[in-house]
Design a protein around this ligand. Structure first.
Ligand code: GLA
Ligand code: ZN
Length: 684
């Protein structure tokens, strides 16, 4: 069965390649040079108007579209598509001066002054009205323009506002959620320290001068901010949907930025997109960072159930806000661009098209440098990616259907961050999820990264590290999943609190206790440098024999119905269970009670992969630092082979045969990958 998504917009059945384009900083002569260079670099899509509010609405209700008309026409004449932005990320100075309520109030309760960007109040009716109005004007003006490909909503929505308007909106939001102040008091456990409230009016945001010890309050504030920002975006979207119902919409997100729950944002966009700025170091450690980036790419593919997403920003060279700003070494630009494509991106977009002459981002990597011409390394790197993407039309719209899913949940992340105990410095939720993801990345096994609300059908192995907060219904759905034959892996610090941060009474891991067949009685936290050992039980069903080190967290538990696979080697709890498996229905549920070293995770997941017969993208054994990722339309299989080590390597293809999609040549026997090498193959 064909499993292929239509292109983002049928107008362009190709990969998008281009970037943030700021013609409002330049004159027409430069624009003409820009379009010439766009064609030379194989760029076909530009994000336009992101920070152009002040150039379009030059004073209140006086609009000047002339320059943008010209730019849009030029793009269209030259075969370049526009991702037209609503400009709300940077509102004009006249607006702040006339309507101070549009400016944000910080957690210190001081109102920001005009400046920077993303400095607007999330609630201000004036701001919302004006943002919707300019979106409407843009839609009316360009609805039939041949260059209009899609809408780019604002830019990196983020942050929060503690002004009185936002405080009142928070109270209203809570009122809807809880219905009565008693219900809220119960959900937040406000009897603690006598924080009981008698009226919604007494509630304030968790600002620096106020309430900061009620985690339920904090969690609801996080949810409110995400919802409130979303409702602002929806206000901007409304006129676009009305006037241009067929033009797709996205907004550029920020990876695992915790300020907004992107899972709740995804259904409101036609395609999701994000801005990726990996910290390549040009050394032997790059591959571990590459796995972190892949993890995020896989979130974006999973956000809409496997639908291709857009890499909306990446740097063609260096990222100027890093402490040390390295240019990409040869091969890395092609590699990191193909990495995004490998995980489901249907675009490679950059920040930025052309370096500005002034202000804070003038040294940020760009396709066109200050020299102004195409005769430099970075431009050639970009043009090479343009040539490659042009050969990959058949990959557009393809996806992957992984058997493995790792759960990384935003609400759980908020709760873990807010939690006082059991280890202040080393909670590391995201890093832990990445460490559980990495053995699959290294083995070339596709993985979805989902949150606790996602449907589990179709997966064979579900891994949910540190599920401290359980969202309603998750435990029940995991039970059903295992009952039906799925394998589930949980770790220490799971099943502790509900969605308002109230601890499950009756023993951890709360609603997961029956499924996992263990009762966690206590938890040990270890100092840096301190460790325990995990010693496999002889002849256990898992068949692991090597002992490993455990750090930071060790749960002290009783196996109830579970089989003990390993025990602790040291401390007063030596000999007690450290790794268990519980047979449940047709499936199994594993509990890893401590934070174990990477060697354990590779070994453990290697066993599970083998026993459960999970599919690898290639039969080949991949050397450290190399991954293989798959995109398929259900029939053709496109394999991306990526080497994130600076050293070359040779891979034995284990009898499988491929075609090199970029050269058309047959690939059999062995393949040589240069340092930072990247290949796109099709399985024969
Ligand atoms: C973000 C923004 C861009 C630019 C880049 C620089 O992603 O969206 O406008 O500032 O960072 O890396
Ligand atoms: Zn506000």
């Amino acid at each position: 069965m064909l499993d292929r998504y239509p292109p983002v917009n049928p107008k362009c059945p190709h990969f998008l390649h281009g970037g943030d384009y700021n013609p409002d900083q330049w004159d027409r002569r430069t624009w003409l040079e820009d379009v010439r260079l766009m064609k030379r670099s194989g760029c076909n899509a530009m994000s336009v108007g992101i920070f152009s509010w002040a150039h379009i609405e030059v004073e209140e209700d006086r609009f000047e579209f002339g320059w943008l008309d010209e730019v849009m026409d030029l793009l269209a004449e030259n075969g370049v598509q526009a991702l037209l932005a609503t400009p709300s990320a940077s509102h004009p100075a006249w607006m702040s001066a006339k309507y101070p309520e549009v400016l944000r109030v910080g957690a210190d309760l001081r109102r920001r002054h005009h400046g920077g960007r993303v400095n607007y109040c999330l609630t201000s009716p004036i701001f919302r009205r004006k943002a919707a109005q300019i979106a409407e004007k843009l839609a009316e003006r360009y609805k039939d323009h041949p260059a209009l490909l899609m809408w780019h909503m604002s830019n990196e929505y983020g942050g929060e506002c503690h002004c009185e308007l936002c405080q009142q909106a928070f109270r209203d939001w809570l009122c809807v959620r809880y219905g009565s102040i008693d219900a809220l008091n119960a959900a937040w456990w406000t009897s603690f320290w006598g924080h009981t409230l008698s009226d919604f009016l007494q509630i304030e945001s968790p600002h620096a001068l106020g309430e900061r010890s009620t985690q339920g309050h904090w969690l609801d504030w996080r949810r409110f901010v995400s919802d409130q920002m979303l409702s602002l975006m929806l206000d901007e979207i409304a006129p676009l949907r009305r006037i241009t119902p067929d033009v797709p919409i996205t907004t550029n997100a920020m990876g695992t930025y915790t300020g907004l729950n992107y899972w709740q944002w995804a259904p409101h966009q036609d395609v999701v997109s994000w801005d990726s700025y990996p910290r390549w170091r040009d050394d032997d450690s790059d591959w571990t960072m590459a796995a972190e980036v892949s993890f995020k790419h896989d979130i974006y593919r999973s956000l809409k159930g496997g639908k291709p997403w857009l890499l909306m920003e990446s740097t063609p060279s260096m990222t100027n806000w890093f402490a040390v700003c390295k240019p990409k070494r040869p091969g890395v630009h092609r590699l990191s661009s193909l990495q995004a494509v490998a995980h489901g991106a249907d675009s490679v977009q950059y920040f930025q098209w052309r370096k500005s002459r002034g202000c804070s981002e003038k040294y940020h990597g760009a396709v066109v440098d200050h020299c102004g011409h195409e005769n430099n390394r970075v431009f050639r790197d970009v043009a090479e990616v343009g040539e490659i993407l042009a050969k990959l039309d058949d990959v557009v719209g393809t996806t992957v259907r992984p058997e493995v899913a790792v759960v990384y949940d935003w609400e759980n992340c908020w709760a873990i961050d807010a939690c006082r105990g059991p280890h202040k410095e080393r909670k590391d939720y995201e890093q832990t999820c990445v460490r559980h993801y990495r053995p699959f990345w290294s083995a070339g096994i596709s993985v979805d990264v989902i949150d606790q609300t996602v449907d589990l059908d179709g997966y064979k192995l579900l891994i949910a590290p540190m599920s401290y907060l359980l969202r309603p219904g998750f435990a029940e759905r995991v039970e059903k999943f295992v009952q039906a034959g799925g394998w589930f892996v949980a770790t220490y610090w799971s099943g502790i609190v509900n969605e308002t941060d109230l601890v499950f009474t009756g023993g951890w891991p709360g609603p997961l206790r029956k499924l996992l067949g263990v009762w966690v009685e206590e938890m040990d936290a270890l100092y840096d440098g301190e460790h325990n050992t995990v010693v496999p039980v002889e002849d256990s069903s898992l068949g692991i024999s090597a002992a490993c080190r455990a750090e930071v967290f060790c749960d002290l538990l009783h196996a109830e119905s579970a089989e003990v696979l390993a025990t602790y080697g040291e401390q007063f709890y030596a000999g007690s269970p450290a790794l268990t498996v519980n047979s449940f229905g047709a499936g199994r549920a594993y509990y890893i009670a401590s934070r174990n070293e990477d060697a354990f995770l590779s070994d453990f997941y290697g066993r599970l992969v083998q026993e459960h017969g999970l599919k690898r993208v290639m039969k080949a054994r991949l050397p450290e630092g190399v991954t293989a990722q798959l995109r398929s339309d259900g029939e053709r299989q496109f394999v991306f082979l990526l080497n994130f080590k600076p050293a070359a390597c040779r891979i034995d293809l284990a009898g499988e045969e491929f075609t090199d999609l970029l050269t058309g040549q047959a690939v059999e026997g062995e393949i040589d990958l240069p340092g930072y090498g990247s290949e796109v193959l099709e399985k024969k």
